[in-house]
Design a protein around this ligand. Structure first.
Ligand code: SAM
Length: 212
């Protein structure tokens, strides 16, 4: 009897050691019949790869127990962190229609990422205080989000969060947020960064450490 051959899976790609689904993957097509993310959470965004590359170049992930991803979408950055750090990951998003996509991608990579429906503006100090590190990829895309994120970062540091790392392709509201953080926080870096997987992509990293 001929040996059974594993069928090659189509429309999956790899970046920084994790597997992700392309928009035309059969699971994505099926999920899209039932779930319709509506605040830009309809795909994996490239800024997530900036975070992955950045974390491979420093020790940020080494000392974190609990990590929250803000505006996680399909969760690529959370999945990477769950695979590369012995930390508990929680992805929050206002749009709960993104979570089935995150869950399928987490299962594909055999990692656990908890999910919670929440808005940036509604995250209280009590919610935030459970985390050591907050991360976010491409979450500062509207003008009104600059102030919302600045207030969120302030609440996070008041509640004991140690570090916040946000990646962005370089949108104006993100630069405005970076300027406010550079003014207020002593230990704050704005860095040009690029990712090389799944392809070359350039953007920015904002890394703020709580020096209180
Ligand atoms: C551009 S997508 C980025 C998704 C993911 N971080 C990535 O890199 O693939 C922005 C995400 O932020 C979420 N979002 C937008 N406004 C939000 C808010 N006020 N509170 C929480 N999440 C929000 C959207 O639902 C979406 O999933």
């Amino acid at each position: 009897m001929p040996e059974l051959q594993e069928l090659p899976e189509k429309n999956i790609f790899q970046a920084y050691g994790i597997l992700l689904l392309q928009n035309n993957h059969r699971f994505v097509r099926k999920l899209k019949k039932h779930y319709t993310p509506s605040i830009h959470g309809h795909k994996t965004w490239n800024s997530s790869f900036l975070l992955m590359d950045y974390f491979l170049h420093n020790e940020t992930l080494e000392y974190q127990q609990n990590i929250m991803e803000l505006g996680c979408g399909w969760g690529p950055a959370s999945i990477f962190c769950a695979q590369h750090a012995s930390a508990n990951l929680t992805g929050i998003d206002r749009d709960d229609e993104v979570f089935p996509f995150l869950e399928v991608q987490a299962a594909l990579n055999e990692v656990e990422v908890a999910t919670e429906q929440a808005s940036f503006e509604k995250l209280t100090k009590k919610n935030l205080g459970k985390y050591d590190l907050l991360i976010g990829a491409d979450i500062c895309f509207w003008e009104q989000l600059t102030k919302i994120h600045f207030n969120l970062i302030n609440r996070a540091f008041q509640s004991g969060v140690k570090e916040v790392v946000i990646a962005d392709p370089g949108r104006d509201p993100f630069y405005e947020l970076a300027e406010k953080c550079l003014d207020k926080y002593e230990d704050c870096d704005l860095l040009d960064w690029y990712a090389t997987e799944p392809e070359h992509f350039e953007g920015e990293i904002l890394h703020i450490r709580n020096s209180r």
